[in-house]
Design a protein around this ligand. Structure first.
Ligand SMILES: [Zn+2]
Length: 140
């Protein structure tokens, strides 16, 4: 290897590293942790709508997933608080939410969370805004 190519190689690396963080920042999504509180026999996720907005999912869709998995009933009020009419541990909610992210948000091709859910009747497709991949998912 000549000095020239070493120089070029390190310049290339430098450029690569310079570009990497920017790209990562653009791709990362900061998802706040679920703000869970227990009120009597009910469970609330207080920042539910905020989180749904960040992951670009309709709160009603995400709610349906939770309620189906928990076999519980619940509602979302005008301020975006999700109330479940049963007592559910924070740990269970976090695990369910992770499953929702993995199944209904994450791109199976590039793992990006920048995706949208396209619903055409019984056909649901996750479309990735990062790589363009489309993958069908089971309707909730
Ligand atoms: Zn992708």
């Amino acid at each position: 290897m000549s000095n020239d190519s070493v120089f070029n190689y390190s310049t290339l690396l430098e450029r690569l590293y310079k570009n990497l963080p920017k790209k990562r920042v653009a791709e990362a999504i900061e998802i706040p942790t679920l703000n869970v509180s227990h009120v009597g026999l009910q469970t609330q996720i207080r920042n539910f709508k905020e989180i749904c907005d960040i992951i670009r999912r309709e709160p009603r869709i995400c709610m349906r997933f939770f309620l189906k998995e928990l076999a519980a009933r619940g509602t979302i009020d005008d301020s975006g608080i999700f109330t479940i009419y049963s007592r559910v541990s924070t740990q269970t909610l976090n695990a369910l939410f992770r499953r929702f992210l993995m199944t209904y948000v994450r791109c199976s091709t590039c793992s990006s969370l920048h995706t949208v859910l396209i619903r055409q009747g019984k056909v649901w497709v996750i479309k990735c805004l990062a790589c363009g991949a489309e993958s069908p998912v089971k309707p909730i």
